[in-house]
Design a protein around this ligand. Structure first.
Ligand code: NAP
Length: 172
């Protein structure tokens, strides 16, 4: 099936093999994919560890293997859900279908008249940003859950050390 240009959004904290699997599947159905990096303003938090630029870096290399044309666009959150779809549209190339599993995202795009398709994650318990950050914090193996590029970026920026540092409770 061919559907033109699709929009897929996630926080990608970090970008992992579950996301890659979803994108490979979407690539079979459309000509081009716009990937929105959600909560672009957030970083250096336990649940939002990486900056938008770091997430762009992780994804750009990993997606080189994907032969589909794609655009990676950081998108900051805004305070009003009712105008979020217009906010997204103002920042992205035009698209005619949305892929998401997030109930709020589905609701907002449906109400704006878009076709929304579900995009279930592959092996959800294993490939989860929360699970990967937990493994990084506790010194467990996580390299096998992410593309090599994500591993390289996290190593380059000292991501594990950052996570451990900001997870420390001030004892004073
Ligand atoms: P999210 O908050 O990043 O993820 C929510 C959960 O869904 C995470 O556990 C995530 O797993 C999981 N998930 C991601 N992709 C999935 C998939 N294909 N299948 C099953 N589970 C999946 O939400 P998101 O949907 O990925 O991203 C939505 C973004 O839009 C967020 O940045 C949100 O802030 C933004 N947004 C903003 C507004 C506003 O500003 N008013 C309104 C709506 C949405 P992982 O952790 O493993 O990725």
């Amino acid at each position: 099936m061919d559907s033109g240009r699709a929009f897929y959004i996630g926080r990608f904290q970090p970008y992992h093999l579950g996301h890659q699997f979803v994108l490979e599947n979407i690539a079979r159905e459309v000509d081009e994919i716009i990937i929105g990096i959600g909560s672009a303003q957030a970083s250096h938090e336990q649940s939002n560890l990486f900056t938008a630029g770091e997430r762009v870096l992780m994804m750009t290399k990993a997606l080189e293997e994907l032969s589909i044309k794609h655009y990676i666009i950081p998108i900051e959150d805004i305070q009003r859900n009712s105008v979020w779809v217009s906010h997204v549209i103002s920042l992205t190339p035009p698209f005619n279908v949305v892929y998401s599993n997030n109930p709020l995202v589905i609701c907002l795009f449906n109400e704006a008249g878009f076709e929304v398709r579900q995009s279930p994650l592959f092996l959800r318990e294993q490939y989860s940003g929360t699970q990967i950050r937990h493994r990084m914090r506790t010194g467990k193996e996580w390299k096998s859950l992410v593309p090599q590029s994500t591993f390289d970026v996290i190593k380059e920026i000292g991501g594990v050390e950052r996570l451990k540092m900001i997870s420390n409770k001030d004892s004073v």
